[in-house]
Design a protein around this ligand. Structure first.
Ligand SMILES: [Zn+2]
Length: 324
């Protein structure tokens, strides 16, 4: 059958004539029913060897002007062309956030905590609600790992003036903690970040252990230095039952702009050249080894693979690879 644009329009014109009466009835009925603004619980669960992985959505946020965030060393035309070729709008973008729970059988480990209560009016800060919807309680979390100390990762540590995960110990990178907690940040561009860390992270320092490249959180979960996005940004390799997965945190902040063009500068990266080199090193390794990864800002459920392309990488979202 020929399916030209013309035949499609003819089809819909014919459809309108024959179905006009029922459509009017349906529209009238729908007008009686207000649209539901309720969002579904959002989590994705799969297994990796003996580990159970649950990716939690912290919600999403729409921000204007992608070109002011990604590709700040590129022309507006180049950025618009890349977005358009990937069927994305050029004037706004969506940010998602994906804290991840790993149940090893003896520990329930939460990687990053989302935007927290401060983000809830803006539609984010949903990690706690989705953790509960997924069948766990905050009291069951035994370890909270902070990949780095930006606000969208530490915002959920406290609820009011109480720790949100009262029975947890904490893990973060030594270099990351030293940088943000230092009073030397006062009067610099990192002052606001420092204040956030003083408010949310420093009060928990007594229960915190600090890791370096190659250190383990628990058996099967190993930290890797991936500096550049922040001075002490760490990523984590998971391995269980012969299967592996990487938690790449903010090594790449967008599935098109950061992966297809890893060298493009990103406003959020504190050392732009180091961040670009780390991006290429990490995703070269992940693509060569065909490893699945969870990227904190990849489109929810934030799990996928990358394939090396002539320039950068192509993101391949997870479909049913973990279900079979
Ligand atoms: Zn982030």
């Amino acid at each position: 059958m020929q399916f030209s644009r013309r035949s499609m329009f003819k089809l819909s014109a014919a459809g309108l004539t024959t179905l006009a009466a029922p459509q009017i009835l349906v529209r009238a009925a729908q007008a009686e029913v207000p649209m539901s603004a309720t969002m579904p619980a959002a989590y994705k669960r799969f297994s990796l060897g003996d580990f159970e992985i649950t990716v939690l959505s912290d919600g999403h946020r729409v921000v204007p002007d992608p070109q002011k965030i990604f590709g700040t060393n590129q022309t507006q035309e180049e950025i618009a062309a890349l977005l358009e070729s990937n069927y994305l709008p050029v004037d706004k973008m969506q940010f998602t956030f994906a804290p991840t729970l790993v149940n090893t059988g003896s520990d329930l480990i939460l990687f990053d905590t989302g935007n927290g209560e401060g983000g809830r009016e803006g539609g984010v800060g949903q990690t706690l609600a989705n953790l509960q919807a997924s069948g766990y309680t905050p009291e069951q979390v035994t370890v909270v790992v902070l990949t780095h100390l930006h606000g969208d990762h530490i915002g959920g540590l406290m609820e009011g003036d109480q720790p949100a995960f009262p029975n947890a110990r904490y893990v973060t990178g030594q270099a990351e903690y030293d940088f943000w907690s230092s009073e030397e940040r006062i009067g610099t561009g990192a002052e606001n970040g420092h204040k956030g860390v003083v408010a949310k992270v420093v009060p928990l320092a007594e229960k915190m252990s600090f890791v370096k490249d190659g250190d383990s959180v628990v058996s099967g979960i190993t930290g890797m230095a991936a500096f550049g996005h922040t001075p002490g940004h760490m990523i984590y390799g998971l391995e269980s039952g012969g299967r592996k997965l990487m938690l790449t945190a903010d090594t790449a902040n967008h599935f098109v702009l950061s992966l297809q063009r890893p060298e493009w500068e990103v406003v959020f990266d504190s050392d732009k050249a180091m961040a670009a080199k780390t991006r290429k090193d990490v995703f070269d390794m992940i693509s060569a080894d065909r490893l699945p990864f969870i990227g904190y800002h990849m489109p929810f459920p934030s799990v996928g693979f990358v394939e090396k392309a002539s320039e950068g990488y192509r993101f391949i979202p997870e479909t049913y690879q973990f279900d079979l």
